[in-house]
Design a protein around this ligand. Structure first.
Ligand SMILES: Cc1cc2nc3c(=O)[nH]c(=O)nc-3n(C[C@H](O)[C@H](O)[C@H](O)COP(=O)(O)O)c2cc1C
Length: 318
């Protein structure tokens, strides 16, 4: 695997070799995926979003058995059991927390007290500034292309990254629409110090999603996803019958409760973990159009880094 020339401050902060973070992804980011990414020199995150606290603790211990490199956790703050998951991760000695979906202020106190690195996910310049003010060590800025939950303002990664780099002095990690080394170079050229990749890592051998979900992403084009539920919790989904139901409800002017009822019936689990491609919720980013295979993580990381370094070399020559 090609070695980076020198560590930037984000790699130093996280104790990793390559500036690549695997984003937390409900039903897709368990111990195997996180450990494989960390073993390849990136940072793997175990996603708490779809786990009960006991399972979350088990997955942290399992990942520890699979890698000696640093791993972190992703903790969405909107779930009822977020605080319990936070306590489980602290008790397990986790030192790197990527929080999301809520105010960074909700969790940062106990995490900083325990000496953890805290990174929050923001989809706007305003929230990135709040992350810095709250004391976060870095911020993930996630553009509108990204899979999963998203901001309402539809700001693309290409615009959001430079906006946030100008606005904060903590390191910025770019997310949304990155699946190749060429896209990594673009993000770094905009001032990011690392990238967070979700969709591309979901579609790997080690991703814990259902094989049918991975195959559906391989078959999908960039225009096959859509950001829906902007009035409730905006989320980018693969177009299917479930997406049609969501759209129909939205068009009828459904309120948050009605949309929450539709979502709250295990649709994400059905779609991504159990492979129900019609009635399930299939979260994926626009980069679905660039995802054509299901590699092992080690192979994917080698590919990303080779593309990254050969693109830098080409640009320096031109
Ligand atoms: C299937 C899926 C589930 C996701 N779940 C979460 C989550 O639980 N918490 C979170 O902070 N972000 C979540 N995300 C967002 C990712 O962590 C990451 O920021 C995003 O995927 C980056 O954009 P990309 O998909 O274009 O790579 C999810 C993304 C996907 C594709």
């Amino acid at each position: 695997m090609t070695k980076p020339r020198k560590k930037n401050r984000l790699c130093s902060l996280l104790g990793i070799e390559h500036p690549i973070v695997q984003g937390g992804m409900i039903y897709n980011s368990g111990a195997k995926l996180a450990a494989a990414v960390s073993n390849a020199g990136g940072l793997g995150l175990i996603g708490a979003g779809s786990m009960r606290p006991e399972l979350f603790g088990e997955q942290i211990r399992k990942a520890r058995g699979l890698t000696e490199n640093p791993i972190g956790v992703n903790l969405p703050l909107l779930y009822a059991n977020s605080r319990e998951c936070l306590e489980v991760a602290l008790a397990e000695g986790v030192k790197i927390f990527f929080t999301s979906a809520g105010s960074p202020k909700r969790a940062i106190g106990p995490l900083k007290k325990a000496g953890c690195v805290v990174v929050h996910v923001a989809a706007s310049r305003e929230l990135a500034i709040k992350c810095e003010d709250a004391g976060c060590d870095a911020v993930v800025v996630e553009g509108f292309e990204a899979g999963g939950h998203n901001g309402r303002d539809e700001i693309t990664t290409m615009v959001l990254v430079p906006e946030c780099v100008q606005a904060v002095s903590i390191p910025v990690i770019a997310a949304g629409g990155i699946a190749t080394g060429e896209q990594m170079v673009a993000a770094m050229a905009l001032g990011a110090e690392a990238v967070q990749i979700g969709s591309r890592f979901a579609v790997t051998v080690e991703g814990s999603g259902h094989a049918k979900f991975k195959d559906a992403v391989v078959a999908a084009g960039a225009g096959d996803t859509q950001l829906v539920m902007k009035a409730h919790v905006p989320v980018r989904l693969l177009k299917n019958e479930f997406r049609d139901q969501v759209m129909a409800l939205e068009n009828q002017g459904a309120d948050r409760e009605e949309l929450a009822d539709l979502l709250g019936s295990g649709r994400a689990r059905a779609g991504m973990l159990e492979g129900d491609l019609d009635q399930g919720e299939l979260e994926i980013g626009q980069v679905a159009g660039l995802i054509d295979d299901i590699p092992e993580v080690a192979e994917l990381m080698t590919r990303l880094l080779d593309q990254y370094h050969s693109t830098l070399t080409r640009l320096c020559r031109e």
